[in-house]
Write a protein of this length. Sequence first.
Length: 217
Amino acid sequence: MRKGLQEKFARRWPGWFDLDGTPTTTWVAWGLECGDGWFEIVWRLCSDLEPLVTELEKETGERFEVLEVEEKLGTLRFHVSHHTDKIDERIEGAGREASRTCTVCGKAGRRRGVSGRIACDEHSVSAADSQKSLADGKLDSRAGQIGGAQHALLLDYGFTVVKVGKDTAVYQSQRQGCQVTLDATGHWYIKLEGQREFRGIGVVDLEAALSPDERTL
């Protein structure tokens, strides 16, 4: 989503959207990772949540926060710090609406291509996109042979394979500035732009390092 649209959320709900925060505490610091076509859906969702959040904060004394907004495999992921049945109902309803709305323009759309993204006919997957998807599939297959379970975990977190060597695979997150390198021995290396670099081994430690709730990074 364009920066100008993201900033509208931060101005309207400054306590919810910590766009200037750190990625180790909230994925929102990476921005709202969906197309402009879902802006109205997310905005209406936040408006619907407002009275529910006010009630929740009065009852619990805790601050409500939006931790992540992203499009993943054609679905709207809207992760929050606190839940109630009514809050979850509103989020699920927005997800259903997003599943039939073009992420680019906001018109009626449907699931397209191997990525599953939602698009109208005008913004559907092009022939060039289809060829790229095939190439990406081959790259993913080679990376999967190197990374194994760690490869699957990174794909689940929205990372994309950008380079594969003889014994290493490099992944880039849609969240700008986060890069992970895996090698055939199970070791991993995380590089965050402007922050420290981290190393480890094994899928359990990698998942902990990638978790927005993890505080050790």
